[in-house]
Design a protein around this ligand. Structure first.
Ligand SMILES: Cc1ncc(C[n+]2csc(CCOP(=O)(O)OP(=O)(O)O)c2C)c(N)n1
Length: 431
């Protein structure tokens, strides 16, 4: 016996729901539908709690900085003013870096750049809550980690220009950095691959009996990839010492977060289904970001389990220099975004504490811009896009095989012959 389909014509035909963003170009943006709880109201469970005890926090929003610019509640990390100023300084440095690199792309010095405007706290404050040698597996919008860890800006720019000093020899897309010395895993353009890699690295760290943990960052759009779900499964099965950060900046290029499932539930809530601890955090509140990352780091270090953290934020600028967001979203979204600007919020907090003022802030911005300018000048000596100062062509055949296979040997020879015909007398560094 099997059930019958309902008879008659008065039953609705099955239909699919196709997500549609609330606002398109020309629309007024109104975010009043978002539930933004007051700062300080969220419980802070013990770091070693059962994963299911975080269920409510997966649907809430952990916030510390209130409308009054003061820190509130049990998640206040109680950082001293010097640390807060350092945090502010790193965020301002990231923004200054982004501004100049964006302009550099428009001036033709590089082919590509990606800003993280409005998301600075999600990398800077998170990186500050980790140990400097905890292994990070970032996406392409976490330049804040490198700035926080003191990676030289001139090296970042050499990579962006793919010039002769680029440590990655022009083999990576601009901004896809890598630094073993800074425990910063090579960025991959293949979205979400960093998630299982972080879990695997964390498992290896535990197998070795080490104390270093791993953390990955992924965009909310990329959580729709299978790799993210494999990472969650492995993390929970082996209780890996890992933090899976999801940056929900509302947009995945021109696809809004609804296409990754945001209309149904939160990204943090994915955690509970897997048996991971989950936290949903105001990503524009640097103190909340720090506190959440610290909670998860302590939990991982104590073998109490992995954590998935959703940072609720907004991608204030285009996806990359190749994108024009005015083609698909309301221009008002940025100014109407209810969680404000992470740099302004931390700045106002420091001012409210009597530990900062407008003059010092303006001076700090000037210094940040000057540092980038100096680093840019230094990097330009090593070449910019199209000026020929790049790694020798022959290096494209190196470092992959211990012994070059015959067909690549032939291609290398052919490339050399063509160069001699096309560019006779070219400097040897370009060979
Ligand atoms: C596996 C894979 N699919 C698609 C792309 C193309 N792509 C690059 S970035 C991007 C959007 C990702 O959005 P999200 O994960 O939300 O991160 P965000 O850019 O917002 O930081 C897409 C679709 C890719 N690089 N890799």
């Amino acid at each position: 016996m099997m059930a019958d389909r309902p008879a008659g014509n008065n039953k609705p035909a099955l239909e699919l729901h196709v997500p549609e963003p609330r606002f398109r170009p020309g629309d007024e943006a109104d975010f009043s539908h978002l539930e933004i709880p007051p700062a300080g109201q969220q419980q802070r469970p013990d770091e070693a709690c059962e994963a299911r005890e975080t269920m409510a926090l997966c649907h809430d929003l952990i916030r510390v900085l209130g409308e009054d610019d003061q820190a509130h509640g049990p998640w206040d990390p109680k950082l001293d003013p010097e640390t807060l100023r350092t945090m502010l300084g790193h965020m301002a440095q990231v923004r200054a870096f982004d501004e100049r690199m964006f302009r550099g792309q428009r001036q033709g010095k590089t082919s590509f750049y990606m800003k993280c405007t409005g998301e600075e706290a999600t990398s800077v404050a998170a990186a500050m809550a980790l140990a400097s040698d905890d292994m990070v597996f970032p996406s392409y919008r976490q330049q804040g980690i490198l700035i926080t860890r003191g990676y030289p800006m001139v090296e970042m720019i050499n990579q962006i220009y793919s010039n002769k000093a680029d440590k990655l020899k022009g083999r990576q897309l601009p901004i896809m950095y890598s630094s073993r010395e800074h425990s910063f895993f090579s960025i991959s353009g293949n979205l979400a691959t960093q998630c299982p890699q972080a879990v695997g690295w964390a498992m290896a760290s535990a197998i070795k009996g080490d104390t270093r943990i791993a953390a990955s960052w992924v965009g909310e759009g990329s959580t729709a990839e299978g790799d993210f779900h494999s990472a969650c499964t492995f993390a929970t099965v082996y209780n890996a010492p890992v933090i899976l950060n999801v940056i929900n900046n509302q947009w995945a290029i021109s696809s809004f977060s609804g296409f990754a499932g945001a209309e149904r539930t939160t990204f943090a809530a994915r955690a509970v289904g897997y048996g991971l601890a989950g936290l949903r955090v105001d990503g524009n509140d640097a103190l909340a970001v720090y506190a959440a990352q610290r909670w998860a780091a302590n939990r991982a270090r104590a073998n109490a389990g992995p954590t998935l953290i959703e940072y609720f934020t907004y991608r204030a600028e285009g996806h990359s220099t190749s994108d024009d967001p005015s083609a698909y979203r309301s221009a008002q979204e940025r100014s109407e975004w209810p969680l404000g600007d992470p740099i302004m919020r931390l700045k106002n907090h420091l001012i409210a504490l009597g530990e900062w003022d407008e003059e010092r802030h303006a001076a700090m911005d000037l210094v940040a811009a000057e540092r980038v300018k100096e680093a840019t000048k230094e990097a330009e000596k090593n070449g910019i896009l199209g000026h020929g100062l790049h790694h020798p062509f022959r290096t494209m055949f190196q470092d992959v095989y211990e012994e070059l296979p015959w067909h690549l040997e032939e291609q290398a020879k052919q490339a050399r012959r063509e160069r001699e015909i096309k560019w006779p007398g070219v400097e040897p560094w370009a060979m």
